[in-house]
Design a binder for this molecule. Structure first.
Ligand code: F3S
Length: 367
């Protein structure tokens, strides 16, 4: 309660409001270390609302196959156990909305941490959440409330920048678009005018990339995700053409990658289906990770088996950014604008960018 009250004071919140659910970052032992583990372990009590964890630093079951040390694994398992004791679901995923649709519905107030989940919840679902830090999310989970400020309030949800896209986009192009726009809009609220109608997965990729290259927590798409009726016409405009999208691929070639990693944010069932289809009859020549939530993998063992027949690994509970396992490679190829942004800084590894098809071609060495 002290953490929530202090945050409320800083941001001028007049009160706390009840929340529907919480998503808690600060799970990977790589990021929180011994001090974080100690802090969580000292907590007592039970969460007041449905709460889930962000990805951990390893697949909680197959960590040995990832080359994780016994020492790291024991600390990581202790972190997850400390959260579990507080009543938090140990689904470690950045896409909780893909496995628990009841956690967030239009108009619900939430306290979610992971930036791509926040962007998705605010924009695609139409719920309301600030981008919480790990401690404030945990505090909100235990109290069942969050300070009423920021994206919980109508006045902070109006678009600040119009973005007209003048080319047809598909798949990872949305990650490239987010990579470009996030840098310009920073912490603002973009309103896109797109020639096509993006899928849920493409919206997920767009929001994730903008949350990484900027700090976008909310966006709109004309005709699909509408801004509030009274938010007025924003003046600022930018236009995106195909050359700029192509530049993102050109400037981040995947050549020389030692690991290919898909699933940032965590893959949905349709994404696993597409990957399984493209891998049919092929064998990997280099390490290929497909990251997803355990519940998604469990729901489709046929897809996991089909993907792994190629030699790829379906990795659960973690990802290429928050696991120390990716640090042993010199270069990682991804189809995600968010991973492209984070891998160099958070893993100390070079990153290449390509479409899902290009990534799978790079992993299997086959056209
Ligand atoms: Fe999720 Fe890891 Fe990407 S937490 S959004 S897969 S960096």
């Amino acid at each position: 309660m002290e953490i929530l009250a202090a945050l409320g004071d800083i941001f001028g919140a007049e009160r706390l409001i009840p929340i529907k659910s919480v998503q808690i970052a600060g799970v990977s032992f790589k990021n929180i270390g011994e001090a974080g583990l100690e802090w969580i372990s000292e907590m007592e009590g039970n969460v007041a609302v449905k709460s889930v964890l962000n990805p951990a630093g390893m697949d909680l079951l197959r960590w040995r196959e990832m080359g994780i040390s016994e020492e790291f694994a024991s600390r990581q398992l202790a972190v997850v156990e400390a959260y579990r004791k507080l009543g938090i679901s140990t689904d470690c995923t950045c896409t909780p909305y893909q496995i628990h649709p009841d956690m967030a519905r239009r108009g619900d107030h939430l306290a979610w941490s992971e930036s791509s989940a926040v962007a998705y919840a605010n924009s695609v679902i139409g719920a309301r959440t600030n981008r919480e830090g790990g401690p404030s999310a945990l505090a909100a989970a235990l109290v069942g409330k969050t300070p009423y400020y920021g994206y919980h309030l109508d006045e902070n949800r109006a678009p600040t920048l119009g973005v007209r896209v003048e080319c047809d986009l598909a798949g990872s192009d949305y990650g490239a678009l987010g990579h470009i726009v996030g840098k310009v809009v920073g912490g603002g609220v973009p309103l896109f005018r797109l020639p096509g109608r993006p899928t849920q997965e493409e919206l997920k990729a767009l929001g994730a990339a903008m949350a990484a290259s900027g700090s976008v927590a909310l966006f709109y798409v004309e005709g699909l995700i509408s801004p509030p009726a009274d938010s007025g016409e924003n003046e600022e405009r930018m236009t995106i053409e195909m050359d700029e999208i192509r530049d993102v691929y050109r400037m981040h070639s995947g050549e020389g990658s030692e690991l290919v990693a898909l699933g940032c944010p965590h893959c949905s069932v349709p994404e696993l289906e597409a990957i399984a289809g493209q891998l049919r009859g092929r064998e990997v020549e280099k390490e290929l990770w497909i990251c997803t939530a355990r519940a998604i993998a469990k729901s489709r063992p046929d897809l996991v088996e089909s993907i792994e027949r190629s030699g790829a690994k379906v990795i659960c509970d973690t990802c290429m950014v928050v696991s120390p396992a990716s640090e042993r490679y010199r270069k990682i190829m991804v189809n995600s604008g968010k991973a492209l942004n984070y891998i160099p800084g958070l893993c100390g590894v070079m990153a290449g960018f390509g479409s899902t098809e290009e990534c799978l071609r790079a992993a299997t060495g086959r056209d």
